[in-house]
Design a protein. Structure first.
Length: 45
């Protein structure tokens, strides 16, 4: 059970991080227009 819980939390964190990055990228691309490179650089850890 513990192993399944850890895998699930890892999956949840990964998906959440990916969704967050996509949302930030979409927002920054809407704000900046073609300047998507800057928005992508900002989301890097």
């Amino acid at each position: 059970m513990v192993l399944v819980g850890l895998c699930y939390s890892d999956y949840y964190l990964c998906v959440g991080h990916t969704v967050f990055n996509i949302v930030v990228l979409k927002m920054s691309s809407m704000a900046d227009g073609p300047g998507m490179g800057e928005g992508y650089e900002a989301t890097k850890p």
